[in-house]
Design a binder for this molecule. Structure first.
Ligand code: GLN
Length: 443
C-alpha cells in the first residue's frame, strides 16, 4: 500500500457501526476495502505511484469512492500500481515494487498489482482496480483472485486519473464471484459526471448466481492459445473448459477471431496517443510536482516533466505524440482506429453465436521480478489475451483456474456488452464446482 488510511478507517468503522444500528445497511457496510491509487479520495493522497503526484491530495472523491462511502465501506489504504497504470508488473511504480504473495521473487502483475496482492494476502476483503488493457484481470490471474473489467460505460470514470480514456474502466478485485457481484451492485450505474457512462438499467448481479450452465453457448477462440504460451497454462485452461462443459455449457473449440494478432499493435498506438493528450496537464502549474529552480517558464515545465515522470510514462508519451503528429496521424493513429473497428465487429459476430468466450488470462505464469523490466515488448506481450477486450469495450472476468509449480493460473471469461450477469453466472458455477479460489498463500 502506498498510503495506509488508518484514521479514516477508524472514523468510517464508527460510522458503519452507527449504520448497522439502523436498518440502512448494505452488504459492504463495515467491510475493509483498498483502492488503487489512481482514484481520487478527498483529503487522502492520490499518487498514481508517480513522483508527479506524490504530494497531490484531491479536493473531491471519485464517484466509485463516493458510492463506497455512501454504503459505509471502510477504506484501509490506497494501493501500489505501475506509474499512471502503465505496465503489467507493478515494477513501474516510482515508489516501490510489490511482490507476489505466492512467490516473493515474482511480480504480482499490474498495473493494479497492489490491489490484487491486498486481496490475495487477506489485507483487505476486496479492492478496486482499473483496467485499460488488462490491469485488473492480469494481476487477478497472477495472484489467484477474482477480477472483473466491466463493459466500457458501466462504471463511472469520474475521479479516475485518466490514462487512455476510451479504454479505462474501474472494477472490483475480490475473493470470489459472489463478492464481485456484491461490489458491482454498488459500483455500476449511470453518472452524469462521466459523459461516457451509459444510462442502462443495472440488474441485481447476485440474483442470477445460483443457476447452472445448461443452454449456455461458450466459444473458445483459437487465436488466444498463442505461440509462446506456457504449456502449464494451456493444460489448466483446457481442463477448466472441460469443467464448464460438465456443468452443462455447450463448448465450441473452433471459434476464430482473425484480427486478434493486430490488437496489441493497435492498443500500443491508441493507448499511448490518449495518454500523451491526457498527461499534457502535468506541467507543474496547477497541481502535482513543480520544478521551481529556474526563472524560465518553459524550462520549469520541461524539468517538471523530466523529473516527475518515470521512463515508461515518457516512452508512452513519446510514442503517442509521434503517432498523433502531422504526417503520421493517418499512418498510425487512424489506421489503429480502423483496426479497432474490425476487432469490435469480430466480437459482435462471435456474440451473435455465443453467450461467452473463454481464454487464458495471461499466456504465462507470474514472471520473476526484473525479468522483463528492460524489454518493453516482452512486458507488453503479457497483455495479449486481455487488451483486445478493452479495444472492443466488452466485459471480462478473470477467475482462479489452477496452479502450476505453486503459481496461479487465471481463466478469462468474456461477455457481450452489458452482459456482466452472464459472465458472473459462468464464473460462479465454476467456483461452485472447484476450490482454486479458496486457496490462500502462506506468508
Ligand atoms: N499493461 C497494459 C499497459 O501497460 C495495460 C495497463 C492497464 O490496463 N492499465 O498499458
Amino acid at each position: 500500500m502506498v498510503t495506509i488510511t488508518d484514521e479514516l478507517a477508524l472514523a468510517q468503522a464508527r460510522k458503519a457501526d452507527e449504520l448497522m444500528a439502523t436498518s440502512n445497511t448494505n452488504p459492504l457496510t463495515g467491510i475493509p476495502v483498498v483502492i488503487k491509487d489512481n482514484m481520487c479520495t478527498k483529503g487522502i493522497p492520490t499518487t498514481c505511484s508517480s513522483r508527479m503526484l506524490e504530494n497531490f491530495v484531491p479536493p473531491y472523491d471519485a464517484t466509485v469512492v463516493e458510492k463506497l462511502n455512501g454504503c459505509g465501506a471502510v477504506v484501509v489504504g490506497k494501493t501500489n500500481m505501475d506509474e499512471f497504470a502503465m505496465g503489467s508488473s507493478t515494477e513501474h511504480s516510482a515508489l516501490f515494487t510489490t511482490h507476489n504473495p505466492w512467490d516473493l521473487s515474482r511480480v504480482p502483475g499490474g498495473s493494479s498489482g497492489g490491489s490484487a496482492v491486498a486481496v490475495a494476502a487477506s489485507e483487505a476483503i476486496y479492492a478496486l482496480g482499473s483496467d485499460t488493457g488488462g490491469s485488473i484481470r492480469q494481476p487477478a490471474g497472477f495472484c489467484s483472485v477474482t477480477g472483473l473489467k466491466p463493459t466500457y460505460g458501466r462504471v463511472s470514470r469520474y475521479g479516475l486519473v485518466a490514462f487512455a480514456s476510451s479504454l479505462d474502466q474501474i472494477g472490483p478485485l475480490t475473493q470470489d464471484v459472489t463478492d464481485c457481484a456484491l461490489v458491482l451492485n454498488v459500483l455500476a450505474g449511470y453518472d452524469p459526471r462521466d459523459s461516457t457512462s451509459v444510462p442502462y438499467p443495472t440488474p441485481d448481479y447476485t440474483q442470477i448466481l445460483a443457476a447452472d450452465l445448461k443452454g449456455l453457448r461458450i466459444g473458445i477462440p483459437k487465436e488466444y492459445f498463442v505461440e509462446g504460451m506456457q504449456a502449464e497454462v494451456e493444460i489448466a485452461i483446457k481442463a477448466a473448459i472441460g469443467k464448464l462443459e460438465e456443468l452443462g455449457a455447450t463448448i465450441d473449440y473452433e471459434v476464430t477471431l482473425p484480427h486478434t494478432p493486430y490488437a496489441l499493435a493497435a492498443y500500443y498506438i491508441i493507448a499511448p496517443s490518449e495518454a500523451s493528450a491526457n498527461l499534457a496537464r502535468y506541467d507543474g502549474v496547477k497541481y502535482g510536482f513543480s520544478y521551481l529552480e529556474t526563472g524560465s517558464m518553459w524550462e520549469a515545465m520541461e524539468k517538471t516533466r523530466q523529473y516527475g515522470f518515470g521512463a515508461e510514462v515518457k516512452r508512452r508519451i513519446m510514442l503517442g505524440t509521434y503517432a498523433l503528429s502531422a504526417g503520421y496521424y493517418e499512418a498510425w493513429y487512424l489506421k489503429a482506429q480502423k483496426v479497432r473497428t474490425l476487432i469490435r465487429r469480430e466480437f459482435d459476430q462471435a456474440f451473435a453465436k455465443f453467450d461467452a468466450l473463454v481464454t487464458p488470462t495471461s499466456p504465462t505464469l507470474p514472471f520473476k521480478i526484473g525479468e522483463k523490466i528492460d524489454d518493453p515488448l516482452q512486458m507488453y506481450l503479457s497483455d495479449v489475451c486481455t487488451l483486445p477486450i478493452n479495444i472492443a469495450g466488452v466485459p471480462a472476468i478473470s477467475i482462479p483456474a489452477g496452479f502450476a509449480d505453486g503459481l496461479p493460473i487465471g481463466m478469462q471469461i468474456i461477455g457481450k456488452p452489458f452482459s456482466e450477469e452472464t459472465i458472473l453466472k459462468i464464473a460462479h458455477a465454476y467456483q461452485q464446482a472447484t476450490d482454486w479460489h479458496k486457496r490462500r498463500p502462506e506468508i
